[in-house]
Design a protein around this ligand. Structure first.
Ligand SMILES: [Zn+2]
Ligand SMILES: [Zn+2]
Length: 276
């Protein structure tokens, strides 16, 4: 269970057990093949810790026509070191973890039809593109997210930390005519392709449609979407503090699970993130 796994990482990060302390000051491996990193002790302790993580679940019917749907859940967790210090390190009580998550986590979940699922009036290709767009606009349970992922996407893509943000998005492949001519003006979330005039979404910049056919989306689409959501989640506190109180960022540690490289899916975000 991914959230537990992140919590466990933090339990070790904040206070490695004595047996591990003896091994080496910085890097050591634990019984599983996970490499544990001890939290470096500097002059200024990073007291505010955020982490994002996610889990994709593909449900495939074993009978023809092998309908497949994927469920994706991602979370942003603000790590409460005091609350974690009270958990059992080896076997944390799931209810204690649930309470901890309830008070300090933001959740986002969505589902995609991947194969052999009928959506009236739409192909899987269209439906998944629309769901990706609507999912990034997710307001969350009880409006907890309030569209934060979309705000963060626009913040990164238009480089809104600059006094003069970008007027247009960097061009990306149109999901209809496939020309590398799709772009959107500042702050816009959807519009028309300048070549074919068909509707494009800001989320088309990730190019997840490149792996899809009219009525087929591979499991990869779900895991790529998860990477996008995790990245936007971990950037949400960065955006928040940058806009409200930059000083706070000096005390923040941000941890993202999974591959740290920004692969093809995140190519359009990699350049702005590096400039940031
Ligand atoms: Zn994980
Ligand atoms: Zn086009």
């Amino acid at each position: 269970h991914c959230s537990c796994h992140i919590l466990r990482i933090y339990i070790y990060l904040s206070e490695p057990p004595p047996a591990l302390k003896r091994i080496s000051p910085f890097q050591f491996s634990y019984t599983s093949n996970v490499e544990w990193q001890q939290l470096p002790k500097g002059k200024n302790e990073l007291k505010i810790i955020f982490s994002s993580d996610g889990a994709p679940k593909i449900i495939e019917n074993p009978q023809p026509p092998y309908k497949a749907i994927s469920f994706i859940k991602t979370a942003l967790l603000k790590v409460d070191q005091y609350a974690i210090s009270k958990l059992d390190r080896e076997n944390p009580n799931p209810f204690a973890i649930r309470d901890l998550m309830k008070n300090s986590a933001l959740f986002h979940s969505t589902a995609f039809p991947l194969r052999h699922v009928v959506i009236p009036g739409k192909t899987v290709y269209q439906a998944v593109r629309e769901i990706i767009y609507e999912s990034i606009k997710d307001v969350g349970f009880n409006n907890a997210l309030d569209g934060a992922l979309m705000d963060t996407l626009k913040w990164i893509a238009f480089e809104k930390w600059n006094s003069k943000p970008k007027d247009f998005l960097e061009p990306f492949g149109c999901p209809h005519c496939h020309e590398n001519a799709a772009t959107l003006p500042f702050e816009k979330e959807k519009g028309q392709c300048s070549k074919c005039n068909r509707e494009i979404f800001i989320t088309d910049m990730f190019g997840l449609h490149l792996n899809m056919d009219e009525d087929f989306a591979p499991n990869q689409v779900a895991s790529d979407y998860m990477t996008v959501a995790e990245t936007l989640m971990i950037f949400t506190p960065i955006r928040y503090f940058w806009e409200n109180n930059k000083q706070v960022l000096k005390n923040c540690l941000l941890v993202k699970d999974g591959p740290l490289s920004l692969r093809a899916t995140l190519a359009k975000l990699a350049a702005p993130i590096r400039r940031f």
